[in-house]
Design a protein around this ligand. Structure first.
Ligand SMILES: [Zn+2]
Length: 261
């Protein structure tokens, strides 16, 4: 294979690595992850055939969660690991073999740059974005276990207030599947706040078919875990991000004091 026919590498020297970490020496048992933190596109993919107006929407990333995650990491003194490329490149919370891993349609938007993608091109996206992120999460969990430190995995997301024309009533939701320890406590304390509509596995439920981070890093490794989804209009400005980070830090701190680890 010569240079003309070799598949181009997705990321060049001008593209940042997909993984970024905050507060890596944090002492908290909580390990925070953010699969849909960023909306970068590798230069080689151009704009995926989409106008800027689509590339800033929720189909590209989890609006508002970056600010919440970074502040929460500080408040809890927790290690945060995030993935900076758009989920339109490859969704880091989908098993790579499912069709929505590299979506050809998201909500009602066709993604021209993903239509008819070859197996080779999909494999390159996996190798250069998905794999490094999940490999690093694995390494962090291994290192903590090796050091005798507990890990409670919290996967942070945000959701659009209106999806396919339907308004969503929840302010926040807990997302879980097999963990019966952490999510019920989180639900109870969120409901005790008194001013929140709290989703119990809403607007999404975790499953092996539609999720990756919780099933693979949380459940398969026997860690306490939960997903948290915050509605995007509540965290669309710095004041909202700050308020939600403070609220979650208080609640997760309260839970930490009760967990036998
Ligand atoms: Zn998300």
């Amino acid at each position: 294979m010569n240079d003309a026919t070799a598949p181009a590498l997705l990321r060049t020297g001008e593209d940042v690595p997909p993984v970024r970490e905050f507060n890596a020496t944090g002492r908290s048992p909580y390990l925070l992850t953010c699969d849909h933190y960023g909306r970068l596109l590798p230069r080689a993919l151009g704009d995926l055939g989409l106008p800027e107006s689509e590339l800033v929407r929720h189909i590209a990333w989890d609006i508002g969660i970056a600010g919440v995650a970074e502040a929460l990491s500080k408040h809890l003194d927790a290690h945060l690991i995030v993935q900076r490329y758009s989920r339109l490149v490859i969704d880091c919370n989908r098993p790579p073999q499912v069709a929505s891993s590299i979506p050809q349609i998201s909500e009602a938007t066709t993604i021209p740059g993903n239509e008819g993608i070859s197996h080779e091109a999909a494999a390159i996206r996996r190798r250069e974005v998905f794999d490094p992120y999940h490999r690093r999460i694995d390494e962090i969990i291994d290192a903590r276990a090796g050091a005798g430190r507990p890990t409670v995995l919290v996967s942070l997301h945000s959701f659009t207030p209106v999806y396919a024309g339907i308004a969503r009533p929840w302010h926040i939701g807990t997302l879980y599947h097999r963990d019966t320890r952490l999510p019920p406590q989180l639900l109870r304390l969120l409901r005790a706040e008194g001013d929140l509509v709290v989703g119990d596995n809403e607007p999404y439920a975790v499953s092996d078919e539609t999720d990756y981070t919780i099933p693979v890093h949380g459940e398969a490794r026997g860690l306490m875990n939960t997903g948290i989804e915050i509605r995007q209009d509540l965290i669309s400005d710095p004041a909202g991000e700050k308020a939600w980070a403070e609220r979650l830090a208080r609640i997760l701190g309260e839970i930490e004091a009760t967990l036998a680890m």
